[in-house]
Write a new protein. Structure first.
Length: 142
């Protein structure tokens, strides 16, 4: 191999090695995962998290209120991801989010329950990296 090829190869590897070192220097996140639910729907809602086929009731959020819940570790650490279920009290319809993956310790999941449940949305704010991701879900018939 010529010396030019060796130099070109080494120059190409330096940025890759530098980016790996930068990623490993990222601060380690700690703390519980929080689910913050704001209810702008006309009904009070029950909130559940679903992971690995098991649902856990987090609590109730009253109309025009915001409540914070600590998500159980087994839910947010699930390999298959976790979902949030919104069950309006006295309604035949509900909401279930898409799978939420990549949650880290200390993250906050903000969920806004819309007056029209099909417009309910969420975002995830990671603790160590301030990089929100936004998603939605599908209306869930009863």
């Amino acid at each position: 191999m010529s010396s030019r090829m060796v130099v070109a190869l080494l120059v190409g590897l330096i940025p890759a090695a530098t980016s790996c070192a930068t990623m490993s220097n990222r601060p380690e996140a700690t703390g519980p995962v929080t689910l913050q639910v704001t209810d702008t729907n006309s009904m009070d809602v029950d909130v559940y998290v679903l992971a690995d086929g098991f649902s856990t009731r987090m609590g109730t959020v009253s109309t025009a209120q915001t409540s914070d819940f600590v998500v159980p570790d087994r839910a947010w650490q699930s390999v298959s991801g976790m979902r949030v279920i919104i069950d309006p009290i006295g309604s035949r319809t509900g909401f279930i989010s898409e799978r939420i993956n990549g949650i880290e310790p200390g993250s906050t999941i903000n969920l806004q329950v819309a007056p029209d449940l099909s417009l309910t949305w969420y975002n995830v704010r990671l603790a160590a990296v301030d990089k929100p991701s936004t998603g939605s879900g599908v209306p869930r018939p009863r």
